[in-house]
Design a protein around this ligand. Structure first.
Ligand code: AMP
Ligand code: ZN
Length: 461
């Protein structure tokens, strides 16, 4: 079936045609592992997971590569400031490598809890320095670089299409990038660092043809994507903040070296906002990581579902009220029973609905619309089918309801029923609270105490 994606490069929806029939090469910019991912970052990874799952649902074999940035990402996306890894190392009194491995593991724990599929390959920048040096060498040979005491720069004025994807107006450019220029010998405001030199205090250093130093952030993604996916590949993703600087520079470096197109489809996820502001790892209230949501009593699936209810190209406002609403919607999905399925034994209708929903999904990943339709149809079987894309673990959660109650709970039920028949309300209430505290729902029905397993963690506010 036809698949259509909004391509940032053309600013329009285009039919997706992969380079090799049946196969998709997909590169997603990965985390800078200097801190826990914030829930805004995680929104972007949920969008990319939706993309990958949609491709696989359509029968494509996907090769998914996501880098781990463990050196060279400065505190501004342009080159000014300090390496985030080294700032974190000082903050936590650990080596940059310890910081990197610790937060990489934390990142994959978060993505696993959100049921985000692990990339096929997750290359680390520090393990691909050779490829980066080689790529910078090619750019040098093509005459696109110059050297100052600060490092080796890419000369953006010499690359004809610089800023085309982002539609940058370079002549009138007085961007934040100008304001943070720390190097007077830089030729153009938009020139960027390929290899930092003369930074004796930087802990991570490698030797290179230009002298000891470390790579710039942008060259990492060009080197690693080309290493694993080839010099031209199908889809490149990231958050929309990457359009004007990071992805613009990736294109310049890659095409400047190879002289052919780098990426066929650019896809960007919009931001998650908190109180209408951008979330950042350094800024933000007490709730800005997945763990902080879990600590507040939310199941990670609630956050995943919350994100899927919005289109990836629209801003999304985060609030606990919105998260509570998502939890109650999700509880309804988990509570659907096979016995009440309106499409049970209606194979033709099931297939027709399946096709209709897939068409909606394939129109630039309109998963929020699919969710709306699934709610109104109310078919558990159809939800389960689309859970291959939704990734809400519907089967696992709803199966919980059918598991037998532990003996300790059954004993409490017997005690409570006795207390109730003796009209001992105080004891009955106390036992009810005890059962609830053990993580169950308690209802009083005509047959006495009814206890059910919770289908989803509940946040108490
Ligand atoms: P970083 O670890 O800072 O390199 O960011 C990882 C990913 O999260 C990148 O694709 C960013 O574009 C994306 N990102 C950063 N902030 C947000 C946000 N508030 N909402 C959604 N995505 C974001
Ligand atoms: Zn990148």
């Amino acid at each position: 079936m036809k698949l259509t994606f909004y391509n940032t490069a053309s600013r329009s929806k285009q039919e997706f045609v992969p380079m090799v029939e049946g196969h998709v090469s997909l590169y997603c910019c990965g985390p800078t592992v200097y801190n826990y991912a914030h829930i805004g970052n995680l929104r972007t990874y949920i969008f990319e997971d939706l993309l990958r799952r949609t491709l696989e649902f359509n029968g494509y074999k996907v090769k998914h590569v996501m880098n781990i940035t463990d050196v060279g990402h400065m505190t501004t996306d342009a080159d000014a400031g300090e390496d985030k890894m080294e700032v974190a190392a000082r903050r936590e009194n650990r080596s940059p490598l310890e910081i990197a491995r610790f937060y990489e593991e934390a990142f994959f724990l978060d993505t696993q809890r959100l049921n985000i599929l692990r990339p096929n390959t997750a290359p680390r920048a520090t393990e691909h320095i050779v490829q980066m040096i080689e790529l910078i060498g090619r750019l040098e040979q093509n005459g696109l670089t110059y050297q100052t005491p600060e490092g080796v720069y890419f000369d953006t004025a010499l690359f004809e299409n610089y800023g085309k994807m982002a539609r940058l107006n370079l002549s009138g450019q007085r961007t934040e990038r100008d304001e943070v220029i720390s190097d007077d010998s830089k030729r153009n405001p938009s020139d960027f660092m390929l290899w930092f030199l003369n930074k004796p205090h930087h802990l991570m250093q490698w030797s290179s043809p230009w002298g000891p130093g470390y790579p710039g952030w942008h060259i990492e993604c060009s080197a690693m994507s080309m290493q694993y996916l080839g010099e031209t590949f199908d889809i490149h993703c990231g958050g929309i903040d990457h359009i004007p600087v990071h992805h613009t520079n990736e294109i310049a470096q890659s095409e400047g070296a190879t002289h052919h197109p780098f990426v066929n489809y650019w896809m960007h996820g919009e931001f998650l906002l908190m109180n209408k502001e951008k979330i950042s790892k350094s800024k933000g209230g007490s709730i800005n990581t997945l763990q902080s949501l879990v600590d507040a009593g939310y199941d990670p699936m609630t956050y995943r579902y919350f994100c899927l209810q919005a289109h990836y190209r629209g801003e999304l406002n985060f609030s606990l009220d919105a998260l509570d609403a998502a939890a109650s919607g999700l509880r309804k999905i988990y509570a659907l029973s096979e016995a009440d399925d309106p499409l049970a034994n209606k194979e033709d209708e099931f297939q027709a609905e399946h096709k209709r929903l897939l068409e909606i999904l394939n129109d630039d990943l309109s998963i929020s619309q699919v969710i709306g339709q699934l709610h109104s149809i109310g078919s558990r079987r159809l939800w389960l089918e689309f859970d291959q894309v939704l990734g809400l673990q519907i089967e696992e959660h709803s199966r919980r309801a059918e598991e037998p109650l532990p003996q300790s709970v059954q004993d409490l039920i017997t005690l409570r029923n006795t207390a109730r028949s003796n009209r001992n309300w105080a004891e009955s209430d106390a036992i009810r609270d005890q059962i609830i505290a053990m993580g169950f729902d308690v209802l009083d029905g005509p047959q006495g105490t009814q206890v059910k397993r919770k289908l989803l963690e509940e946040a108490v506010r």
